[in-house]
Design a protein around this ligand. Sequence first.
Ligand SMILES: NC(=O)c1ccc[n+]([C@@H]2O[C@H](COP(=O)([O-])OP(=O)(O)OC[C@H]3O[C@@H](n4cnc5c(N)ncnc54)[C@H](OP(=O)(O)O)[C@@H]3O)[C@@H](O)[C@H]2O)c1
Length: 329
Amino acid sequence: MRIAVLGATGLVGRTMLGLLEDCAWVDGPPLALASPRSGGQRLPWRGTELVCAAVTERSFEGIDLALFSAGGATSRQWAPVAAAGAVVIDNSSAWRQDPRIPLVVPEINGQLVDGLRAGIVANPNCSTIQVAQAMAPLERAWGLDEVHVTTFQAVSGAGQKAVAELNRQNAGEAPSGSVFPRPIAHNVIPAIGAAVGDGAYDEEEKVLRELRKILGRDESLKVTCTAVRVPVLNAHSAAVRAVCARPVTPGEAAAALAAWPGVEVAPGPHDYATPREMDGRRTVHVGRLRQDPNDARALLCWVVADNLLKGAAWNAVQIAERLATGARR
Ligand SMILES: NC(=O)c1ccc[n+]([C@@H]2O[C@H](COP(=O)([O-])OP(=O)(O)OC[C@H]3O[C@@H](n4cnc5c(N)ncnc54)[C@H](OP(=O)(O)O)[C@@H]3O)[C@@H](O)[C@H]2O)c1
């Protein structure tokens, strides 16, 4: 199977290459692609190096699987070219709401890619993946009526320029930068992405729309989200209130969550993980799981995951592995 990685020099692309290095089903070295700025750049691969090339019309000839993490505009330009003969797994938001394109978290709806030989598969938004993993077991066992989310999102979610901006501000070199609308060091910013209608920002709209699509629900599932950028280097957190269709206790929910692949549950309601602890891990951690004292159908919890791994690269590599081997992980 011949693999290409577009966006290989970025935070997600480098993380995907690191994961692919360890996959037994990956034999030859992937084709590393990025913009013309990165042509000739060398990237580590299994003790040797890949030489990055600028993406062109001919890049995808002979490619079976193309992992994209190069932004929406790049994806809109190149995914249809690559998808003529390969399966494209795309990390951008370009195709996620297209009804013809599956939006996949393998543990929840991985069967949607089975048998696919060419076409586009969308990887969901990083915050949405971790919330979806925490909500899917509740949806399956009790049905969900409402999900209310407040995110606490790391700067790595906005790419390598964002990480550099936080590091510069932390070092006192620059009070502000070009990635975030206000200084991010020693601050929190309740605005991620572009402002959209009704007072929301588009990161919040992504969580609403993508959570419903992944869970196979329509607007009968009420979802709200406030997305907040925090001065954390890596791993997103989310405070979630879930209202089920039927009464559920925290103990019952913890058992359902612990049985779900890719989810870890803290032992008690005062236990939790932090972003530092989840940095570098592939699972989604659910902590502070407790009853909403106002409603026997409602639970509160704290959900943390590495946005570069389960929120992006690992989810994409899990999809790739399912396509390549038919295996479930
Ligand atoms: N970071 C996350 O946690 C996360 C999570 C989920 C989804 N995503 C999505 O994944 C994508 C990449 O994110 P990132 O954090 O890795 O960003 P990043 O660190 O800024 O990397 C961007 C990558 O895209 C490449 N690129 C940019 N413009 C290009 C063009 N015109 N043609 C070809 N390649 C181009 C860059 O290549 P050069 O080095 O040549 O500029 C670089 O490899 C984005 O769509 C993002 O929304 C990110």
